[in-house]
Design a protein around this ligand. Structure first.
Ligand code: PGA
Length: 255
């Protein structure tokens, strides 16, 4: 059985050094208080510039680290880009790829995401591939299209290190209760993704691949959106900015 994966996507936050230091203090406090078993894995996807700091200060804890993007080449003349090898050396284990905010603001395409997945895996990182529809788009069509293109070159041995995150774009950081999928809708997305994985990689491998949910996850809705829908974990944005809330969300899997 796979353990449950709770990923905090800190996005472009912890902007000042004092915000960064406060966050570290708060997360250490939660680690001390928490009684989470080995069946829960908590990962913080931090801004690149804070990776080394968090790696150094969380070394002796069970908290894993990741980043929110990498480039599709390991080195060279790619001004402003960050190599997956660099972040691996600094302590990252995971990388979020294909997040809708990068697709929207940086015009990242499925082809680009596909190339990034391959290089990330070669560099020893575990990609968290985000797929999901915009408001008004059909879930099935978009999710399958994104999976087909992003995983086109990913073979059977490589896919084992990939996590798939179903994240309906319209449900991200939402304050409206009607802008939120039901447990049944999320379960349909999970089954669709699993079916795709079974067809492409076979049942045994598909069973090993973790599928998680993202989009306005909180401790209040966690049971509905992740536990009742059978998801293997959550990608948490806004609520992960409070370590206390992030740990509360993680604990929902224990009850
Ligand atoms: P949210 O963000 O939890 O604030 O909706 C999730 C994400 O964008 O990864």
């Amino acid at each position: 059985m796979n353990n449950k994966l709770i990923v905090g996507n800190l996005k472009m936050n912890l902007v000042t050094l004092s915000e960064r230091d406060d966050y570290l203090r708060a997360i250490k406090n939660e680690i001390k208080k928490a009684k989470l078993g080995d069946d829960i894995e908590i990962v913080l996807c931090v801004p690149f510039v804070h990776l080394e700091f968090f790696a150094k200060n969380l070394k002796k804890t069970k908290i894993g680290l990741g980043v929110q993007n990498v480039f599709w080449q390991e080195r060279g003349s790619f001004t402003g880009e960050v190599s997956p090898v660099m972040v691996k050396i600094l302590g990252a284990e995971y990388v979020i790829l294909g997040h809708s905010e990068r697709r929207k603001y940086l015009k990242e395409t499925d082809e680009m995401v596909g190339k990034k997945i391959i290089t990330a895996i070669k560099s020893g990182l575990k990609p968290i591939l985000c797929v999901g529809e915009n408001s008004g788009e059909g879930m099935q069509k978009i999710v399958i299209e994104q999976l087909e293109k992003c995983l086109e070159e990913v073979n059977k041995s490589e896919i084992k290190s990939v996590v798939i995150c179903y994240e309906p774009v319209w449900a991200i950081s939402s304050n409206r209760p009607d802008h939120f999928p039901t447990a049944n809708e999320i379960m349909s997305a999970r089954l669709l993704i699993k079916k795709f994985l079974v067809m492409k990689y076979g049942l045994k491998i598909a069973e090993e691949i973790r599928v998680i949910y993202g989009g306005s996850v909180s401790s209040g809705n966690m049971k509905e959106v992740c536990v009742n829908s059978g998801m293997g974990g959550a990608l948490v944005g806004r609520e992960s900015l409070s370590p206390e809330n992030l740990f509360e969300i993680s604990k929902r899997y224990c009850f």
